[in-house]
Ligand binder design. Structure first.
Ligand code: ZN
Length: 308
């Protein structure tokens, strides 16, 4: 039986996972987006690659860290926790890993307003992750539902958008999880209950909007940074080589699912790891310090898992 864990992530730096560096509108380096909603996400493959490499470095297994190509490739041994968890390719032999990393999606997106930073979401997103609102309320197109720190104010500005706010404050709490409700053949070990651990500040400044407006708000409030290309020959900035990145800003609250399908049932425990989930989580923990996306030296890419 597959097991699912849903993790709550808070971005500590801006996170940029590029699409391959073509120019899109105002930025040179666009980030990966979900095709269905046009909302930026962090691809599971990027998270898995970083987690793999950090977990491997904890057991000094550099060959098992990367993509498994070349001389010093994946060991592929049955008792290797890295190859078992993340899969391996060695010569003509390969094995799928037992943990699947799914993409991390934005749940609450931080936007600066006259009322300070607010966290924007939609009813669909909350429902998806088993969160419910109290009292149950309908959403009008020109109005947003808000937490107690914002309710009853004359209006709320999000960038250049001015929206009406609900009179009655709403409160978000944990309901039943999506997977428990939707799926009979997987076991849900969701850890998204960590909503309870969120600072009250954030809960009071929640803003619920329509999906259409949400996509618009997210895309017009991404972080855009300008950087400069360095000429490797001279060590100086290349003339005319300014370029811009877009990134998911710090303080975004995201959710990510890991699915364990341990079809081999033969994980060999080590002193630090008794389950493939532990191997993956060790790697995820290191992302809090080392980041994902390969731009750590530019101050990008770190996120924190809220709870294990
Ligand atoms: Zn290995």
């Amino acid at each position: 039986m597959a097991q699912i864990k849903t993790y709550l992530i808070v971005t500590v730096d801006p996170v940029h996972i590029g699409t391959g560096g073509y120019r899109l509108g105002r930025v040179d380096n666009a980030i990966v987006r979900d095709p269905g909603t046009n909302i930026p996400k962090i691809p599971g493959t990027s998270i898995s690659g970083a987690a793999r490499s950090y977990a491997a470095s904890q057991i000094n297994s550099s060959g098992c860290a990367g993509q498994g190509v070349g001389e010093n490739g994946h060991c592929g041994k049955e008792n290797c926790p890295i190859c078992y968890t993340f899969g391996h390719t060695a010569g003509d032999k390969s094995n799928a890993g037992v943990i699947n990393f799914h993409d991390a999606y934005i749940v609450f997106f931080p936007v600066f307003s006259l009322a300070g930073t607010v966290w924007v979401t939609t009813l669909d997103i909350l429902k998806r992750y088993g969160l419910k609102i109290d009292p149950e309320s309908e959403l009008a197109e020109d109005e947003v539902l808000v937490g107690s720190g914002l309710a009853g104010k004359p209006g709320l500005n999000l960038g250049w958008l001015l929206l009406g706010v609900s009179e009655t404050p709403i409160e978000i709490s944990q309901g039943s999880s999506f997977h428990t409700a939707q799926s009979g053949n997987s076991e849900d070990l969701t850890l998204f209950t960590s909503w309870e651990l969120m600072p009250q500040d954030i809960k009071d400044k929640v803003v619920i909007t329509t999906p259409r407006l949400f996509s618009h708000i997210v895309n017009s409030n991404l972080e855009v940074r300008t950087s400069v290309s360095i000429d490797p020959g001279t060590g100086a900035a290349k003339p005319g080589a300014l370029f811009t990145y877009e990134a998911i800003p710090r303080g975004a609250i995201m959710a990510m699912e890991l699915v364990k399908d341990d079809y081999r049932g033969n994980f060999q425990k080590t002193n630090s790891w008794t389950d493939p989930f532990h191997v993956a989580e060790s790697g995820l923990k290191a992302i809090e310090y080392l980041g994902v996306g390969g731009m750590g030296t530019r101050g990008f890419g770190r996120f924190r898992i809220q709870k294990y």
